[in-house]
Every structure is written in structure tokens, then in C-alpha cells.
Design a protein around this ligand. Structure first.
Ligand code: GAR
Length: 262
């Protein structure tokens, strides 16, 4: 039985699907906490109703404090600004310096509070279930135990690596794609760039709307996420570093997930 921690931001229908899959024995595990980045995440109520401990860290409040009285924000003692800045992979050269500074400092404060709240509930796997905040290397390095033992999973509403970011189904639909889907992957230092564990695709039909695409997608998510979590519970997800060469010359490396046979 694995212990699963969950972070959410909104309605938490994926979390509910995972709780149900645990109850039905489709996941050999149980959800040991549900945390949120805001106090009004409705999914917290569903978790409470299922008897699961909940907490929240108010990210917006921390960002407001930074903007109004930055000196009052206390960074965690173990924060290494150089280390975090050298690893983070979703801020580009074009991101203004002040924006980077605000992002990294407020994240460090928020993430230290998350880690503090999570410390009461030991877990084997942390799932992001509609958690709409990028995690910084400060947090990721304190949850992952080794480079080949990743333990933060995310579900994303697009067929990655297409359409990372905040609105996967919307971006897919507005692009005019004929196929949409969802992806479960491990978190790395980039935005939705980590090694892929599972994907589900479905057709976008001529009479589909953005709402119908979201609805179809969510249904796939509710099935896919429990399946991927169960693979983790069965110890069947092997994280490996692969080297590839391109036919025209040159090569690249990529961390991928190998799914071991049952
Ligand atoms: C889901 O569609 C999930 O894939 C998406 O948010 C929704 C949350 O729904 N996650 C992201 O966009 C992460 N970048 P839920 O709260 O009902 O599970």
C-alpha cells in the first residue's frame, strides 16, 4: 500500500477519482493528505468528506506581501538562491529580472510552508491533481530522493510535449487540432517537460466545442491517473537516461520512463 499525498488548486475531480480508485482497490494505496494553494479549492471539501487531512498555503497572499512589504517575507534557512536559479528551467532569458526574483522568492516561502504542512503526513508519491502552480527546484529537490527515483506526478490536459502551460485543452482546441488528450508525467525542473508515464488521446469531432473537449478529456484523466499511480505502486516505473543520435548527425539525451512488465 503506497501513501499518496495530493496537491490541488480547484474542483479536485481527479483527486476524487484517485480516492475512489483507492477505495475500489484499483490503486494499492491510500491518500494521506490533500493540500491546496488557496483556501477555496473545492476539492479540499471532497477530501475532508472522505476523512482525508487537508491544509492550504495561500500563495496569493504571499505574493501580495512580497509586493507590499518584501522585507517582511522570511526566506527558509536552507534556501540556496544560486542553486535554485541555476536549475529552474521554465523562466526564459526574456523573463524580466524582477519577475524572476519575485517568482523564486515567493515560491521558496510558499513551498517551505507546503513542506512544513506535508511533514506531518509521510508519503511515497506526491500527485499534482489540477495544482496550477509550477514547483521550483527548492521544493522538487526536497521531495525527490534520487535522479532515478522521481516521486512527483502530474496530470496535464494535453498530449505533451504539445501545449504545456495553464490551458492545455483550450490551446489544443484553438490550434485546430483534430486529436486531443491528456498526459501523466513525472515533474522535472521545467514546465510540463518531465518524463511521460501515460497518455490518452481522443478525436476532436466537427461538432465538438471547447466544453465538450474538456469533458471528454476529464473522463480520460479520471481513468488514466489511477492507472499510472497503480504502475508506481507496483514498482513498474523505471526512470532511465537514454542517448539518441539523429540521422543527420548530432545527438541528445533524454530521461524517459520505461514501463516494466507485470
Ligand atoms: C485537469 O484538467 C488537469 O489536467 C488540469 O487541471 C484540471 C483540474 O481538474 N491540470 C493542469 O492544467 C495542470 N497544469 P480537477 O481539479 O477537477 O482535477
Amino acid at each position: 500500500m503506497i501513501r499518496i499525498g495530493a496537491l490541488i488548486s480547484g474542483s479536485g475531480t481527479n483527486l476524487t477519482a484517485v480516492i475512489r480508485a483507492c477505495e475500489e482497490g484499483k490503486i494499492d494505496g491510500r491518500v494521506v493528505f490533500a493540500g491546496a494553494d488557496n483556501p477555496s479549492a473545492a476539492g479540499l471539501d471532497h477530501a475532508k468528506a472522505a476523512g482525508i487531512p487537508t491544509f492550504f498555503v495561500n500563495y496569493s497572499e504571499i505574493i501580495d506581501v512580497y509586493r507590499n512589504a518584501p522585507d517582511t517575507l522570511l526566506l527558509p534557512d536552507d534556501y540556496d538562491a544560486g542553486d535554485v536559479a541555476s536549475k529552474v528551467a521554465f523562466l526564459t532569458e526574456n523573463t524580466p529580472y524582477e519577475r524572476i526574483k519575485e517568482f523564486l522568492l515567493t515560491r521558496a516561502v510558499a513551498e517551505a510552508r507546503l513542506l512544513e504542512a506535508m511533514a506531518a503526513y509521510p508519503f511515497d508519491l506526491l500527485i499534482l491533481a489540477g495544482f496550477m502552480r509550477n514547483l521550483s527546484p527548492y521544493f522538487i529537490d526536497r521531495v525527490n530522493v534520487a535522479a532515478d527515483q522521481l516521486r512527483i506526478m502530474n496530470i496535464h490536459p494535453a498530449l505533451l510535449p504539445a501545449f504545456p502551460g495553464l490551458d492545455g485543452y483550450g490551446d489544443t482546441f484553438r490550434y485546430g487540432c483534430k486529436v486531443a488528450g491528456c498526459t501523466v508525467h513525472f515533474i522535472d525542473y521545467g514546465e510540463d517537460t518531465g518524463p511521460i508515464i501515460g497518455q490518452r488521446a481522443f478525436d476532436i469531432l466537427p461538432d465538438d466545442t471547447l466544453d465538450s473537449v474538456k469533458e471528454k478529456g476529464l473522463r480520460r484523466e479520471w481513468a488514466l491517473y489511477p492507472e499510472c499511480i497503480q504502475l508506481f505502486a507496483e514498482n513498474r516505473l523505471k526512470v532511465v537516461r537514454r542517448s539518441y543520435s539523429r540521422s543527420g548527425g548530432g545527438g541528445f539525451e533524454r530521461t524517459v520512463v520505461e514501463i516494466l512488465p507485470a
